[in-house]
Design a protein around this ligand. Structure first.
Ligand code: SAH
Ligand code: MG
Length: 957
């Protein structure tokens, strides 16, 4: 025995897994190594359009490590832990610590394992609270031959320490329960207290005192009543369907005995237990029969001693679906159940596991499936075709998807390395060049715009950009995938998210077509900068094809329908297009590519014979952006043909059995029994809202955005005319007023008017936080007072009479044309600002963007209605004027009220057809108004209601 022990020990040194850098440093410096993590704020990441509300995005951490002789700072990581490890690693490299010198100080895992196993068989252990104790109680209450016998498998399943020591001795123990079992057997044999029989039992040689047994019985009470527990049976023969099975657990009945009998085993010792499925803390596990091999012992190099027959047996009985689920080798029929004794509940715990749970886990293992789950719209959602910002990406972020993917496949978490690019003049040159070549020529579409985006910096002083390198390592620490980003980003998170998006999309393409050859996989990666080690990739993901790709017996019958398990077949089939049926009057307000829409929908599973009619999924509100691949293509195609408030029905063929069963809940059982080839899905959709059409795209198409350019336009006039008072007519959510606080101007008092309470409340909130965070938040601000009024700009309020400057930015098109004219009259005759700036869309500019946004869509030349899916930039616009119409409006009111007017604009150029994207008229008062108008005005009282007011107390003296 002793001999064997030392033999194992010498092996251990070689096999011992690397200590973490922190652990190594800890051995040397203990508390003299001080770690401080710093949170890097990315709060500027998601600024709501127009409103500077920082939303806290995921942050990054940098670790400052202080050692007695030096200190250092790590790079930024999404997790604190990683930042600390990285700092420790840097320190180790700096110190030149050899890992071999550390190993001698390592605790010996073998000794630890033996000690741990024997501790479990002390009387003292039985008075602790440990999930194993439930099993001890069961064993000691059992009469007869197996009194006091405990299945060996529960030791590994219930004690995390044992699992960890086993992993340290043999990394393979993690993925192969047989190795774990053998190690525990070996450890148990070394100790005189517990003896394993040649069976898979273990027991204490000594008998326990009666008192101990009594306290034990009290500590882990049995459930008082019988339990009928639903579990899922996963047959090892791939062609057999997954089934629901009921475990009958009565009081005085050991649950593992019941599982054993369901697996046709002679006793519970033959029941092996997988690690938890899904989350590490989950209580869901697989139960499967111990293979019929002669001995569970290891040879001198800690490999299983198996003869050729046994190897063949294992190969043949490998349960691929179960193995894929737990990323462990599972043999024979397996039962997926939540049952047993756990750390988190005293006593017996159980929970039903349904078929849809099983299929959800399965679907959640592929990138798009995980995304579907995170958006809770399994049948509708697809992985979008690009990642622009957090705000147009819903559901788990690309980085989270990638991390989850690795976690679900039990490979190491991806490493995100950030490279800091100090932009040389080359980049600046490039940015200038792009600016020139890109902007006037909008027909070029968004391609160059995107590139331009990635090197644009809001802060002209900062020249630092980021680039991300992603590395994914296998469970054995071999590099599987490496992606080096080409683009550079102003924010680290953008770099990480975009890089993750590339990798996750590449992985998703593979899962859509699992029979893809490794050379195609390689080439696909190559084309987007991903390098893949195909050999290791195949090793890690070898089971994906048989599990996701191999069809079940029912699907095979349906193969003509083209239902490959993971989403769309390789090519969208012609005949797949489904009949649309759109109902309701055409409201004239239609979404277009890039519109953010809100729909309600219901998906029903129907059979051709109409004997089944099962609602699979339904949602009252679901938002997505059209044309970004955010939903199944049939839905996208349907919505662009609808107008607001219309409903539509369409049918599609069954996408994949897994997906259907993942959403089917109660009915999953009955559905799984039937052949799905006679079924189809019926979608019923209603278009509830169009949140933004291409006005938003147009805004963002320009750099700086149109709204920013309008602010800058106004600021120039304010400062040129030394304006001290400003009225913003139709201030909305206050985007102009807020921006004015951030600019250095001559303004002292600013006023906003709007009829939308919602907008005003929003404006008040932001202004308040801006102004109260530090009374004069921007150096040099002269503003002493801000007032927001609720009122219509077609009604005169004398408090706003005679300001130095008036602005009316993108407002008149929201009023009926006669109201816009009324406002024009009112403002120039009653409010009488010295200067008035009015902006509104230039209708003639629309086709430029509309063309580029639908150019890549097939447009039916016969159908003229499709050519311009959205007439105006925003569904709330009552009109949009050509330059001529606008000039007519402006000239007529100007001449009537003794104002001069000049025309300008922002976005594009006034000199090139079709003029500016946003047209602006600047009115100038030619002579001071007559005093009597003020008096006249006073007679109407003060119709506006003050919504919010701020005065700078400090400057009031
Ligand atoms: N000027 C803002 C908001 C433009 S949206 C900006 O540039 O962001 C148009 C705004 O006009 C809306 O907030 C709407 O409530 C407002 N509006 C429309 N008719 C109005 C009226 N008769 N009186 C005051 N505001 C009006
Ligand atoms: Mg508008």
């Amino acid at each position: 025995m002793v001999h064997m022990d030392s033999q194992v020990k010498s092996l251990v040194i070689v096999k011992s897994p690397a200590l973490t850098p922190k652990a190594i440093l800890n051995q040397k410096f203990a508390s003299n190594a001080i770690y401080k993590t710093e949170e890097l704020q990315n709060s500027s990441e998601n600024i709501c359009p127009g409103l500077a509300i920082p939303q806290k995005g995921p942050c990054l951490y940098r670790c400052h490590l202080q050692l007695p002789d030096f200190s250092l700072i790590s790079e930024a990581f999404p997790r604190k832990k990683d930042a600390e490890q990285s700092a420790a690693k840097m320190a180790i490299e700096k110190l030149g610590i050899q890992s071999s010198t550390c190993e001698s100080t390592l605790q010996d895992p073998w000794t630890e394992l033996v000690a741990r196993v024997s501790w479990l068989f002390t009387e003292k252990f039985l008075s602790s609270s440990h999930p194993l104790i439930g099993h001890f109680r069961e064993a000691l209450e059992r009469n007869g031959e197996f009194h006091g016998f405990i299945p060996l498998s529960v030791i590994g399943a219930c004690d995390l320490k044992i699992v960890n020591w086993c992993k340290s001795i043999h990394p393979g123990a993690e993925s192969d329960p047989l190795i774990m079992l053998s190690l525990i057997t070996k450890a148990a044999r070394l100790h005189p207290i517990c003896i394993p029989d040649d069976e898979l039992w273990i027991r204490n040689k000594k008998t326990y005192s009666q008192k101990t047994i009594q306290t034990l019985a009290n500590q882990y009470p049995r459930s008082a009543e019988s339990v009928q527990l639903e579990a899922v049976l996963i047959p090892f023969m791939d062609e057999k369907p997954i089934e629901i099975l009921t475990l009958n657990i009565s009081p005085n009945h050991y649950y593992l005995d019941e599982i054993g009998s369901k697996l046709n085993l002679k006793d519970s010792s033959r029941v092996l237990i997988s690690r938890p499925i899904g989350k590490v803390t989950s209580d869901m596990r697989l139960y499967f029969p111990a293979p019929e091999i002669s001995s569970f012992s290891l040879d001198s190099s800690l490999e299983m001693q198996l003869n050729a027959n046994e190897c063949e047996l294992l190969k043949q009985t490998l349960n691929k679906r179960a193995s894929y689920l737990s990323v462990q080798n599972i043999y024979g029929d397996a039962i997926l159940a939540v049952v047993g004794y756990t750390r988190r509940s005293s006593g017996f715990l159980y929970k039903h596991v349904s078929l849809s749970t099983y299929y959800r886990i399965l679907v959640g293992k592929i990138p798009v499936g995980n995304y579907k789950l995170s958006r809770e719209a399994m049948l509708v959602v697809d992985l979008p075709t690009n990642y622009a910002t957090r705000s147009n990406w819903r559901g788990s972020s690309p980085r989270d998807l990638l991390s989850m993917f690795c976690h679900h496949h039990r490979i190491s978490v991806p490493i995100f390395d950030i490279e800091i690019v100090n932009t040389s003049d080359i980049y600046l040159e490039k940015s200038k060049r792009l600016k020139q070549s890109c902007l006037p020529n909008l027909e070029d579409g968004f391609g160059c715009e995107k590139e331009f985006n990635s090197i644009t910096n809001n802060d002209p002083d900062s020249l630092v950009y980021f680039r991300c390198v992603i590395k994914i390592f296998s469970s054995k620490n071999d590099l599987i995938v490496q992606y080096s980003q080409k683009d550079i980003y102003q924010k680290q998170t953008d770099a990480i998210q975009n890089a993750s998006f590339i990798v996750i999309s590449w992985l998703n393409a593979y899962f859509k077509q699992l029979d893809m050859s490794m050379s195609t996989l390689f080439a696909n990666g190559q084309s987007c900068g991903i390098h893949v080690n195909t050999e290791i990739f195949l090793k890690e993901f070898g089971l994906c094809l048989p599990v996701h790709g191999a069809s079940s017996i029912y699907d095979k019958q349906c193969s003509s329908v083209g239902s490959s398990t993971c989403n769309q077949p390789k090519q969208v089939q012609e005949n797949e297009t489904i009949s649309f049926e759109i109902n309701g009057p055409d409201s004239g307000i239609s979404p277009s590519e890039g519109s953010l829409v809100c729909i309600s929908y219901t998906v029903v599973l129907m059979s051709r014979e109409k004997d089944l009619n099962q609602i699979l999924e339904t949602k009252d509100e679901f938002e997505f952006e059209i044309g970004t691949g955010a939903v199944i293509h049939q839905l996208d195609a349907c919505i662009v043909q609808m107008s607001m408030n219309q409903t539509a029905n369409f049918m599609i063929k069954i996408p994949s059995r897994d997906l259907i069963l993942a959403v089917a809940f109660e009915s999953a059982g009955s559905i799984s029994q039937s052949s799905l080839c006679d079924y189809f899905l019926q979608y019923s959709v209603k278009l509830l809202r169009i949140t933004y059409p291409f006005e938003k795209m147009l805004e963002a198409h320009f750099k700086p955005s149109l709204s920013k350019q309008r602010v800058e336009f106004a600021v120039r006039f304010i400062n040129k005319s030394y304006a001290k008072t400003l009225v913003d007519f139709g201030c909305g959510s206050g985007s102009l007023l807020v921006s004015l606080l951030e600019h250095k101007t001559t303004l002292e008092m600013i006023f906003g008017v709007d009829i939308s309470r919602r907008g005003l409340v929003h404006a008040a909130k932001i202004l308040h936080s801006k102004l109260s965070s530090s009374p004069i938040s921007v150096e040099g601000t002269t503003i002493k007072s801000v007032v927001l009024y609720d009122g219509s700009i077609t009604v005169f309020d004398p408090r706003l009479y005679g300001s130095d400057i008036g602005t009316c930015i993108e407002v008149i098109e929201h009023m009926q044309e006669d109201q816009a004219t009324l406002f024009g009259e009112m403002v120039l005759s009653m409010f009488c600002p010295r200067l008035l700036i009015v902006s509104t869309p230039n209708y003639e500019y629309n086709p430029i963007l509309q063309k580029s946004s639908i150019s890549n869509k097939e447009v039916d030349p016969e159908d003229k209605s499709q050519a311009a899916p959205c007439k105006f930039r925003n569904y709330d616009h009552k009109f949009e004027w050509t330059r001529k119409q606008f000039e007519h409006w402006a000239n007529s009111i100007a001449s009537k009220h003794n104002y001069s007017v000049e025309f300008s604009g922002v976005g594009g150029s006034g000199a090139i057809e079709p003029g500016f994207a946003s047209q602006i008229a600047v009115f100038r008062q030619q002579s001071a108004p007559l005093e009597e108008k003020v008096l006249e005005g006073n007679e109407v009282g003060n119709p506006y209601e003050v919504i919010w007011e701020w005065n700078n107390v400090a400057t009031k003296s």
